[in-house]
Design a protein around this ligand. Structure first.
Ligand SMILES: [Zn+2]
Length: 214
């Protein structure tokens, strides 16, 4: 055996355990990355419903920003520097502010988790919902289209926290503020007639709403 061959053998012999170690370390890293991306990129039920529920819409991804109606946490109905609030229908916003003022007297703050949305934002929410639920039919139970969502023209608001929706459930009708869907305790719209007659019966979910049949 010439010295060079002996050297290669030695190298091979000493490298082998290192290579095995590297493979194991690499596998561990890949496993961690896969786990992390699975938990961070796959939208959870809550993330999706953030589009139309009491949850936050602050997880802004893609091109959607506050200009499109995305909101950080802790925005109230009085914070009209945010387009999601400022672009709400003026009558809806006025009713919300009257209600929020009285709720404040009861120690409860009304937060806006989602209000007005741009068509781009609504489209993104719908794409995310279809990806999450696997079909447009199931996604439609939670997220409307650009043409049907009352959020796009500024006629709907998603309110948090739990205390706030509980307060609105009890007192909202006095301001013409009505829950519309059984499955969305956070989603409120203006129904001026409710001040005298109470809120109309709820739809089970948006698919039961004639406005969604477009
Ligand atoms: Zn809503």
């Amino acid at each position: 055996m010439c010295p060079a061959a002996a050297a290669r053998t030695t190298i091979r012999r000493t490298r082998r355990p290192t290579a095995v170690g590297l493979v194991l370390v690499t596998a561990a890293i890949i496993g961690t990355l896969v786990h992390q991306s699975a938990s961070s990129s796959a939208p959870s039920f809550g993330d999706i419903l953030g589009g139309d529920r009491g949850g936050t819409t602050s997880e802004v991804d893609g091109a959607v920003t506050e200009v499109d109606g995305a909101l950080p946490d802790g925005v109230t109905v009085f914070d009209d520097e945010h387009p999601a609030v400022a672009n709400l229908d003026p009558d809806l916003l006025e009713a919300l502010r009257e209600a929020a003022t009285d709720a404040g007297d009861d120690g409860i703050e009304l937060y806006v988790n989602s209000g007005w949305r741009s068509p781009d934002y609504q489209n993104q929410l719908l794409r995310e919902a279809v990806a999450e639920y696997g079909s447009e039919e199931e996604a439609a139970r939670w997220v409307a289209t650009v043409d049907t969502s009352p959020h796009v023209p500024g006629n709907a608001v998603d309110i948090g926290s739990f205390d706030a929706t509980a307060w609105l459930s009890a007192h909202g009708a006095e301001y013409g503020l009505c829950q519309v869907y059984v499955n969305e305790s956070w989603h409120y719209e203006l129904r001026p007639a409710a001040i005298d007659r109470g809120c109309p019966p709820l739809y089970e979910d948006p698919t039961q709403d004639p406005r969604m049949q477009q």
